[in-house]
Design a protein around this ligand. Structure first.
Ligand code: NAG
Ligand code: NAG
Length: 185
């Protein structure tokens, strides 16, 4: 479940850290979303939706409930950049979500992102993650203000896998584009 949040946290985090916080005239939007439920017995009432509000903005929503309380949640996160038909994995990381949650509140930048997420999600603040609660992220959009104008135009793939008891439970893959804003928008 947390996967979902984290998956968006990291691209934003990477942009913020590596490239600074200059103002941008960039558009960033999702083009496609895949949700793969590897553990339908645990991950229930799953709903995934991508909304294109215009040709330059989009948001996604994810919901699910857990059939059992989950104490230890791990995740694998890959942020890839696509050039032609090849994807270079820009970053690959494995995350212990319960530890990551604590780090989230001790790091200023991550806390800013977490605060943002809390507006659109019923983000759990502590492990374990309880069963029979409908968790959600509603209408998450990319904050283009944090993407500086010197970021190259790219296609990206953000692949977040939730791992429970060393098995894949859920995978959220978002495809998107960062492009220069055309005059007049
Ligand atoms: C990127 O990661 C995926 C998933 O782990 C892997 O299948 C793929 O081979 C990796 N690509 C590169 C270029 O390393
Ligand atoms: C899924 O939805 C059904 C119908 O609303 C509900 O009875 C069930 O408890 C939900 N499952 C979980 C794990 O919350």
């Amino acid at each position: 479940m947390n996967v979902v949040w984290r998956m968006n946290v990291y691209p934003l985090f990477i942009w913020t850290i590596l490239i600074g916080n200059a103002r941008a005239k960039m558009d960033a939007y999702f083009t496609k979303m895949d949700c793969i439920n590897h553990m339908p017995g645990l991950m229930q009432n799953v709903s995934c939706r991508l909304d294109r509000k215009s040709h330059v903005t989009s948001s996604f929503s994810v919901e699910f409930a857990l059939a059992n309380t989950v104490k230890d949640v791990n995740g694998a996160y890959i942020f890839g950049v696509k050039r032609g038909s090849t994807v270079s994995n820009y970053t690959t990381m494995e995350i212990n979500f319960c530890e990551a949650l604590e780090a989230l509140y001790s790091n200023y930048l991550l806390k800013m992102i977490a605060d943002e997420l809390r507006r659109v999600a019923n983000f759990p603040l502590h492990c374990p993650f309880k069963k029979n609660i409908q968790f959600y992220i509603k209408d998450f959009t990319i904050d283009t203000k944090i993407i500086p104008s010197y970021v190259p135009e790219i296609n990206f793939v953000s692949d977040c896998t939730l791992i429970v008891s060393q098995k894949k439970a859920f995978q959220l893959i978002l495809y998107g584009q960062v492009s220069r804003r055309k005059a007049g928008r």
